[in-house]
Design a protein around this ligand. Structure first.
Ligand code: OGA
Ligand code: MN
Length: 290
C-alpha cells in the first residue's frame, strides 16, 4: 500500500494511512514519508500496536537511533533496550513513580515547548512517540511549526532576528524547574551549543525560527534582553491557533521533525499511569531524510 495523508490542522500535522508500522519499509515508502514530513512536520499513525523491537526497526529506516541525555544521566531503566526512551511516570520496578522523582522532573521539563536535543550537536531530526497507556484526563502533546512561526513574524521582528545566534543549554529548563543537583562532570558533558535563530529547513527549503525552552541566550546580547526576545518569539511561535494538539489513544504513533517544530506535553494527574516510548534519530550523516 502507499502512503496517504489527511491534514489534521490548518498549519501542521496529518494523519497517515497505508503504512503498516510492523513491516519493513521500501525505499519508496521511506521517501514518501520524508516528503510528507517535509510538508506536514507531524504524522499521526493511529491504532497500530508496536512492540519495542518493531519500533526500533521502523525508526532505523530514517537513521541511527540516539540515546540523548542517557549518555550523561545514568539511571536504572525499565525498558531493556537503551535506544528506547521511557516517556512515562513509571519507575524501574514498574510502579507509578514518586511525585518528586527524577523521572517526573524530566516529564515536567517535557511540558515546556522544546525541540528534542536542541542542546546537543548534532541535534535531533525525527522523534517518534508510541502510546501504550493514557491517563483518564490531560496528557495531550502539542506541536507548533517553526516555519509557520517565521512566515507569520512581522517584518521588523524578522529583520531583528535575522543573523542572530542562540545558545541552547540542556540544564536551562531543569534549573528553571528548581533542580540544581548536577555534578561538574555532568555540566561539562552538557556544554551549551549554538544554533542560528533563523535557519533553513533542509527538507522543505523553508526558513524557520529556531526557538524553544532550551534557548537561554542570544550571543552578544545582554542576558535580560535576549531572554525576553526569545520568550517573545516563543510566544509568537506557539500561539493557540498555530498549535496542533494530539489527544492520545493507546496504539497511536506520532512522528515529528524536531528541526521544524516544537512540542510540549500537557498536564495530567501524575498519580495516574501514562506510558509512552520514544525513539529519536539525529540530524547527522546517518540520517535518511529525503
Ligand atoms: C518527548 C516529549 C511530551 C509528552 O517524548 O520528547 O517531549 O507529551 N514528550 O510526553
Ligand atoms: Mn520532547
Amino acid at each position: 500500500m502507499s502512503l496517504t495523508c489527511t491534514p489534521l490542522h490548518p498549519v501542521l500535522g496529518a494523519q497517515a494511512h497505508g503504512i503498516d508500522l510492523t513491516q519493513p519499509l521500501s525505499a519508496q515508502q521511506v521517501s514518501a514519508i520524508n516528503a510528507a514530513m517535509n510538508q506536514y512536520a507531524v504524522l499521526v499513525f493511529r491504532g497500530q500496536a508496536l512492540t519495542a523491537s518493531q519500533q526500533i526497526h521502523w525508526m532505523s529506516h530514517f537513521g541511527e537511533i540516539d540515546i540523548g541525555l542517557k549518555r550523561v544521566f545514568k539511571r536504572p531503566e525499565r525498558l531493556g533496550d537503551e535506544r528506547l526512551i521511557d516517556i512515562s511516570n513509571v519507575n524501574a520496578q514498574g510502579q507509578v513513580d514518586r511525585r518528586d522523582s527524577p523521572k517526573n522532573l524530566s516529564n515536567f521539563a517535557n511540558q515546556l515547548w522544546h525541540s528534542d536535543s536542541s542542546f546537543m550537536k548534532p541535534r535531533a531530526a525525527y522523534s517518534l512517540l508510541h502510546c501504550l497507556i493514557t491517563p483518564s484526563w490531560g496528557g495531550n502533546t502539542e506541536f507548533a511549526d517553526l516555519r509557520h512561526a517565521y512566515d507569520t513574524l512581522d517584518k521588523r521582528t524578522r529583520r531583528d532576528a535575522e543573523g542572530l545566534q542562540a545558545e541552547h543549554y540542556a540544564l536551562h529548563t531543569r534549573l528553571l524547574l528548581g533542580d540544581e543537583a548536577y555534578t561538574d562532570e555532568q555540566k561539562k558533558a552538557l556544554a551549551p551549543v549554538v544554533w542560528p535563530l533563523v535557519d533553513t529547513h533542509p527538507g522543505s527549503g523553508r526558513k524557520l525560527l529556531f526557538v524553544g525552552a532550551h534557548a537561554r541566550q542570544i550571543i552578544g546580547w545582554p542576558t535580560a534582553e535576549s531572554r525576553m526576545f526569545l520568550q517573545d518569539l516563543l510566544e509568537h511561535a506557539t500561539q493557540h491557533d498555530h498549535v496542533y494538539a494530539h489527544e492520545w489513544q493507546p496504539g497511536d504513533t506520532v512522528i515529528w521533525d524536531n528541526r521544524s517544530t516544537l512540542h510540549r506535553g500537557r498536564r495530567y494527574d501524575i498519580s495516574e499511569r501514562r506510558e509512552m516510548r520514544r525513539t529519536t534519530i539525529n540530524d547527522d550523516e546517518h540520517a535518511h531524510l529525503t
